[in-house]
Design a protein around this ligand. Sequence first.
Ligand SMILES: Cc1ncc(COP(=O)(O)O)c(CNc2conc2O)c1O
Length: 371
Amino acid sequence: AVGWHRPTKLVIDTQAIKENVWNEVKRMPQGTELFAVVKANGYGHGAVQTAKAAIQGGATGFCVAILDEAIELREAGITEPILILSVVDVSYIELLLKYDLSVTVASQEWLEQAIEQLNGIKTQTSLKIHIKVDTGMGRIGFTTPTAVKQIVELVKTTQMLLWEGLFTHFSTADEKDDSYFKKQTNRFQDVLSALSELPKYVHVSNSATALWHPDNVGNMIRFGIAMYGLNPSGTALPEVYPLKPALSLVSNLIQVKELSAGEGIGYGNTYTTAENQWIGTIPIGYADGWLRHLQGFSVLVDGERCEIVGRICMDQCMIRLPKEVAVGTQVTLIGHDHGETITMQMVADKLKTIHYEVACTFSDRMPREYK
Ligand SMILES: Cc1ncc(COP(=O)(O)O)c(CNc2conc2O)c1O
């Protein structure tokens, strides 16, 4: 058993994660490495288990968003390189050294403060840093070749820093129109041309860049969404190789009842049975990340699409059944059932968002079962 005592669970296909990684690893240019992006608890899939599956697929390192996510991986026994993609407060430098983590440098001030901190620590190990260039994402990083040159000069003044990487991030790699992508690429090239030496890792590619701009610069890919089997562009750009979705969401019916016409369902009585209907209740609600705007979306019971009727509650929701069904029958909210499929993309479309957000919104109240 997975643990928690409710039939609602996320089922993660680790073989799919391994295959998605392997499909990218085998097509990457020679000498390129793939770092699996497992931030936000592996986009909701479970960071540690995703990381282990990614290693089997050929990943040689990891990217996370915050220090705590890196520590979680280390405490789970992951020894490969880990890059923290955001800015870590300089007061935590000792933790970065203790757990052998690589950190993003996005400003001169941060690095000056970091050098001060390092001077105060009697340590033999150097702090591994990746210099972030903001070529147009508008988030964090240096914005000119001069600023990058200055920071490289500063890094070279001390043995306490190990310049391990130089990177940028694209904001439109998943779009058909590549004009802004080209602008960012040119800006990154300007930075590269201004430098007399380069670090071990030069990396620019998220999944979309790896898939649709494979000839871009760099020797490391930061592979996130595609590893989970999801198309970075949603449906805008075609898959380059089959992406195998790793996540399914299932539960069981915990109540089935027949109602005559005119009966109300759910808070606010927003749904009234128009005729004699079979109604099922599922133990999943918005506290699980199955959000209220999914009212009207359909889930699968024995391969039949059943509409969510009435408002979704915190912990439960109701569906209209085509006929009487036994209590305990499986409900597929995301995944395959009797030849039918519900995708994360469909959920994202209904919620008017992207599948990244759907995956990350699944709460810890739902156990993750790995197969
Ligand atoms: C710096 C950086 N590199 C790589 C990735 C992986 O991108 P992918 O999952 O498309 O492959 C992300 C994802 N960051 C985000 C994805 O959605 N919102 C974000 O901030 C990122 O922020």
